[in-house]
Design a protein around this ligand. Structure first.
Ligand code: UDP
Ligand code: GLC
Length: 402
């Protein structure tokens, strides 16, 4: 295959799950580059991986526009938006395809792609539903996708279904599950607890960035009913959710849980921390588009309790120590945690099955190869690109729905 020159576009330079995917995808395309609206950690991390980075002169501040804000709040930024579109359209002429990795990047890239006459791919990392986006925003996104995108890549069926339910053209959609680095060294829990300065005894962990829809408050409420269980809350508010982060600390104090809830902040040793806890809890209260955290827990053979919203049902292994609970349901979460600690759902063979599933379906090489096929097809064909490039054949549903 001729190497394709891809221009990746992202609005934020803060690294959350979608940017982690970009960091794994962009270096696989030799001669490619990234156009970022702002300066930040992502710029350096892409450059360290050999990707040329262009920073917009006009794009700073777009990440502060809230997903649910009204279109009117973007008006003061109109001039700068035009600036970004002009920069992008100019740059895009040097590339074979534009690849938007975020929703805001896609909006402006879809205008630039028309001017530069380049095909456009949208890697849609979000669930386009009312819990995540205002109606006008969803309509605009879908309209632009149907009109201007050559292909839409979604990390899960859940994302694809939400896109189509909003009126997105199904012929555009390609489900390509996120791929992760599959090798994590197994280390005994007792050693890890000592090394990481974690308490002994029953310990659960939450590993999402801190945001209201990630649902950390539900786990804290559950803890109040789980005497002797401690919890580490790992992650930080990456996109200005400081009020929510403070409210979590207030909740902990109000429930008298200061000795049992430990906020560890942003960490870079997630596989070790996940192996150190007894259960990973993924408590999102709105549908999770994918949830790299889920696959990471499966890879290190951790029992996992996730909320039944979005992609968790597709990802969790059948017949494994994986459980789904209704989002926001404290009592169900308490029951599920008790069930795992009682040993009812702790068979090593089930954890093995979850790990095998994660390795079989969610590897980096598979994701990169599938994306390369979509890129190739988008460059070669004027028609819409729906290859359904890599969809788990065994799209399974978790065995235990509480
Ligand atoms: N993560 C991390 N450090 C933290 C908290 C989270 O490196 O302190 C990682 C986590 O391991 C996962 C990613 O951030 O790989 C979050 O991706 P996910 O898809 O779960 O959710 P997102 O935040 O993108 O919605
Ligand atoms: C977004 C989603 C998350 C997904 C990630 C990578 O950040 O919130 O669920 O795993 O993108 O696709």
């Amino acid at each position: 295959m001729t190497p394709r020159k891809v221009l990746f576009v992202n609005h934020t330079s803060t690294v959350s799950g979608a940017e982690m995917v970009l960091l794994d995808v962009a270096p696989a395309f030799a001669g490619s580059a990234a156009f970022l609206f702002e300066q930040g950690a992502l710029n350096q991390q892409l450059e360290q991986r050999g990707v040329r980075v262009f920073s917009s002169r006009f794009g700073a501040g777009f990440s502060r526009l809230k997903r649910d804000s009204r279109a009117i709040s973007a008006v003061p930024m109109a001039g700068r938006m035009i600036g970004v579109v002009a920069e992008l359209a100019h740059l895009a002429r040097e590339y074979d395809v534009i690849y938007a990795n975020s929703q805001k990047a896609f909006t402006l890239a879809s205008l630039a792609a028309g001017i530069a006459r380049r095909p456009l791919i949208w890697h849609l990392h979000d669930i386009l539903d009312k819990t995540h986006f205002a109606a006008k925003q969803r309509q605009l996104q879908v309209y632009l996708a149907n009109r201007n995108a050559r292909a839409v890549i979604t990390p899960s069926l859940a994302v694809e279904q939400a896109f189509v339910a909003e009126g997105g053209n199904p012929e555009l959609a390609n489900v390509i599950p996120n791929g992760l680095d599959l090798d994590a060294d197994p280390i005994p829990k007792t050693i890890l607890r000592r090394q990481l300065d974690l308490p002994s005894g029953p310990l659960i962990g939450v590993f999402s960035r801190i945001a209201p829809w990630k649902g950390q408050h539900v786990v804290i409420r559950a803890l109040a009913n789980l005497t002797n269980v401690r919890c580490i809350i790992v992650g930080s508010p990456l996109f200005g959710e400081d009020d929510y982060a403070n409210s979590l600390k207030i909740l902990v104090a109000r429930l008298g849980l200061q000795d049992r809830v430990h906020f560890l902040g942003q960490r870079s040793d997630i596989p070790q921390l996940m192996q150190a806890v007894d259960i990973v809890v993924h408590p999102s209260v709105s549908p999770e588009p994918f949830g790299r955290t889920l696959v990471e827990a499966m890879l290190v053979r951790s029992p996992l309790i996730a909320t039944d919203a979005g992609a968790a049902r597709e990802i969790l292994a059948p017949d494994a120590v994986n459980m789904l609970v209704p989002p926001g349901d404290t009592a169900a979460l308490v029951n599920a945690i008790r069930q795992v600690f009682s040993g009812a759902a702790g068979l090593p063979s089930q954890l093995d099955a979850a790990q095998t599933r994660a390795k079989d379906f969610y590897g980096l090489a598979k994701m990169r190869a599938a994306i390369a096929r979509v890129v190739e097809h988008a460059v070669n064909n004027k028609n819409r690109t729906s290859l359904q490039a890599h969809q788990p054949t065994n799209t399974s549903f978790a065995s235990t729905v509480l």
